[in-house]
Write a protein that binds this ligand. Structure first.
Ligand SMILES: Cc1ncc(COP(=O)(O)O)c(C=O)c1O
Length: 387
């Protein structure tokens, strides 16, 4: 690495799927039809009323900074959303509007993590979260998880891995890449344990709303002493608007405010107005129809991958991913993904983007494509496996 690049960058892992995405674009430019099942964002557009609310605000020309913590009316709306969905009271003062969940993580870790301290996370998991820890010169203590715990941490696993340098625990439920949920009991016990250890509990709830068989619990149902990270990116289909939120324990409000003022000044103003419109009854009804469609897609993909011989230890309950074991076909899932793209034009994400734990025998399929497209992908996959 160049001597001018900061040492902290050495451990920043790249996204391997980007290599595939770049190749997919080249192939598309050559006229090849590519079916995208690698992309972690809804294929549905931002709903029209939300789009119009953003546009209407742009037309006023008043695209000024907002308060660093976000538009007061949006913070109030988010607060009511918690009352409605989880029956919990969260005062708007504890809610910060951020540039996506990514911005929320920067604030949450920035105010709580000292250099050298570690955060416990499951492996496999969404890779950026541990890179954020690295950014603050902390360390991630990965704990291998498997189907026996629903690919989630448990209070026991946290206890076994907690050390003098542990600062906190981060869970994501539903998980990216496995789509599995932490059980209510384990969530409660894990929070109680981390609180008793005087640690910080970070709950990434970005896929809430995209949950199919039962309700996902929020960490806020069990304690006010937690950081909750959420976003308009996934359920609300607003990835590119870059707007999310962070809920913090009361005693962190002042520190988060100061950090937000300094690193963001504010979240994009028109995006916040669009996000405000995302809570309308009509929009939530439309989003819930989409959730039903995602459930149908999940069922379709799950049944077909099993039929083709992939092993899926747990049927995912949320998000839009299936993390399939492909060891019946390969022990190099990155090469498998490259060959599948080259030979059949189907793009998927290799396990090594999500950690080291059995990564080489896993592939993540995103069902961010219509059933018709996925049916074509399954046909191509079948052909690829028969070669
Ligand atoms: C688990 C998880 N957390 C956080 C993010 C970041 O999302 P955003 O910054 O778009 O809100 C993602 C994006 O894919 C994710 O999968």
């Amino acid at each position: 690495m160049s001597p001018h690049i900061a040492r902290r960058m050495e451990a920043f892992s790249p996204f391997y799927v980007m290599e595939l995405l770049q190749r997919a674009k080249q192939l598309e430019a050559q006229g090849k039809d590519i079916i995208h099942m690698e992309i972690g964002e809804p294929d549905y557009p931002t709903p029209i009323n939300v789009l119009n609310a953003g546009l209407k605000h742009i037309q006023t020309g008043q695209i000024k900074y907002t308060a660093a913590a976000g538009l007061p009316e949006l913070r109030k709306k988010i607060s009511s959303y918690y009352q409605l969905n989880y029956a919990v009271d969260v005062s708007p003062e504890r809610i910060f509007v951020t540039p996506g969940a990514s911005g929320a993580f920067l604030l949450a870790l920035g105010v709580s993590l000292n250099p050298g301290e570690n955060i416990i996370m499951a492996d496999p998991c969404y890779p950026c979260n541990s890179n954020f820890v690295q950014f603050f010169e902390g360390k991630t203590q990965f704990v291998n998880v498997d189907a026996s715990t629903g690919y989630q941490l448990t209070a026991n696993l946290i206890e076994q891995n907690w050390s003098a340098s542990s600062r906190g625990v981060l869970i994501a439920s539903p998980s990216n890449p496995t789509g599995t949920l932490i059980s209510e009991l384990q969530l409660k016990r894990s929070i109680e344990l981390v609180n008793s250890l005087d640690g910080c509990f970070f709950s990434d709830e970005i896929y809430h709303g995209l949950v199919y068989d039962k309700k996902a619990c929020s960490a806020l149902e069990f304690s006010d002493d937690v950081f909750v990270i959420n976003s308009f990116s996934k359920y609300f289909a607003m990835t590119g608007w870059r707007v999310g939120w962070l809920i913090v324990p009361e005693h962190f409000i002042d520190a988060v405010e100061r950090l937000a003022q300094n690193i963001f000044i504010s979240t994009s103003t028109h995006s916040q107005y669009a996000a405000l419109a995302a809570f309308s009854k009509q929009n939530l009804a439309e989003l819930n129809l989409r959730t039903q469609k995602f459930a149908n897609r999940r069922d379709f993909l799950y049944d077909n991958l099993l039929r083709l011989g992939f092993d899926i230890a747990i049927k995912p309950e949320g998000a839009f991913y299936i993390y399939a074991n492909c060891s019946a076909f390969t022990n190099d899932s990155f090469q498998f993904a490259k060959d599948l793209l080259e030979q059949e034009g189907v793009a998927v994400t290799p396990g090594k983007d999500f950690g080291k734990n059995e990564a080489n025998c896993h592939i993540r399929f995103a069902y961010t494509a219509s059933i018709a497209k996925m049916a074509a992908a399954i046909e191509r996959l079948e052909k690829f496996l028969c070669r």
